[in-house]
Ligand binder design. Structure first.
Ligand SMILES: CC(C)(COP(=O)(O)OP(=O)(O)OC[C@H]1O[C@@H](n2cnc3c(N)ncnc32)[C@H](O)[C@@H]1OP(=O)(O)O)[C@@H](O)C(=O)NCCC(=O)NCCS
Length: 179
C-alpha cells in the first residue's frame, strides 16, 4: 500500500474531501450524542470545543501513523465541514481497509455521503492500491446500506455480534467493494 499523504484534497461530483482543520471543531457539535455516530466512532458523546479539537488532532496522529485517513466532507460552494469520511484499518502490508462516514443532520438526504464515499473509494483503490474496502453497517441503518449499494458495494452477509457498543454486541451487515 502507498503511504498516506500529509495533505489531501479530492474533488468529485458535487463534493470536496479535505483535511480537517481546527476551525471545524464546532461542526462536530450536532453529531456528538447521536447514537449512530458516537457508537461507531471515537467522537465524544457530549460536545466541548476541547474534545472536538482533540478528536481532530487524533485524526492527524492516526494519519501520520498510517492507520486512518479521515477527511472532512464539504460542498463545493461552502467551506464548512459537513461530515467525515474515512478509511481505517490501514497498514503497510495490508491491501484492505474499512470505510466509515457521517454527516451533520442538515446535510443528509441530498446524496453527499454517496458522492463522498464514492470519491474516497476510487482514490483508495487507484492511488493507495487497496484491493478491498469493507463497510460494516447495522441491519437497521437503511440509509447507510443504501449508500453502500449506490457506490457499488456487494452485500457479503451478516457478521454476528461483531460490534460492541453501549454494553452489548451488535450484528453488522458486511459489504465490500473490490478492485
Ligand atoms: C448514513 C448517512 C451518512 C447517509 O447520508 P446521506 O447523504 O443522507 O445519504 P445519501 O443522500 O447519499 O443517500 C441516502 C440514501 O438512503 C436513503 N434513505 C435515507 N434514509 C432512509 C431510511 N430511513 N430508510 C431507507 N432509506 C433511507 C435515501 O433515500 C437515499 O437513497 P436514494 O438515493 O436511493 O433515494 C447519514 O444518514 C448519516 O450521517 N447518518 C448517521 C451516521 C451513520 O449512520 N453513518 C453510517 C454508519 S455505518
Amino acid at each position: 500500500m502507498a503511504a498516506l499523504p500529509d495533505e489531501l484534497r479530492l474533488e468529485g461530483d458535487g463534493v470536496i474531501l479535505r483535511d480537517w482543520r481546527d476551525e471545524d471543531a464546532p461542526a462536530l457539535a450536532s453529531v456528538c450524542g447521536e447514537w449512530d455516530v458516537c457508537a461507531f466512532t471515537s467522537l465524544p458523546w457530549t460536545y466541548s470545543e476541547r474534545e472536538a479539537l482533540a478528536w481532530i488532532e487524533r485524526q492527524r496522529g492516526k494519519r501520520a501513523a498510517g492507520a486512518v485517513l479521515a477527511l472532512a466532507i464539504q460542498a463545493p460552494d461552502d467551506e464548512r465541514a459537513l461530515g467525515n469520511v474515512n478509511l481505517a484499518g490501514l497498514s503497510d502490508g495490508c491491501r484492505e481497509a474499512t470505510i466509515g462516514y457521517w454527516l451533520v443532520p442538515e446535510a443528509r438526504g441530498r446524496g453527499l455521503a454517496t458522492a463522498a464515499a464514492s470519491l474516497l473509494i476510487d482514490w483508495g483503490l487507484q492511488t493507495l492500491g487497496l484491493e478491498r474496502i469493507e463497510f460494516a453497517i447495522l441491519p437497521e441503518n437503511l440509509a447507510s446500506q443504501r449508500v453502500a449499494e449506490r457506490v457499488g458495494a456487494t452485500l457479503e452477509g451478516i457478521r454476528k455480534g461483531s460490534h460492541q457498543a453501549e454494553g452489548r454486541w451488535w450484528d453488522m451487515t458486511i459489504w465490500s467493494v473490490r478492485r
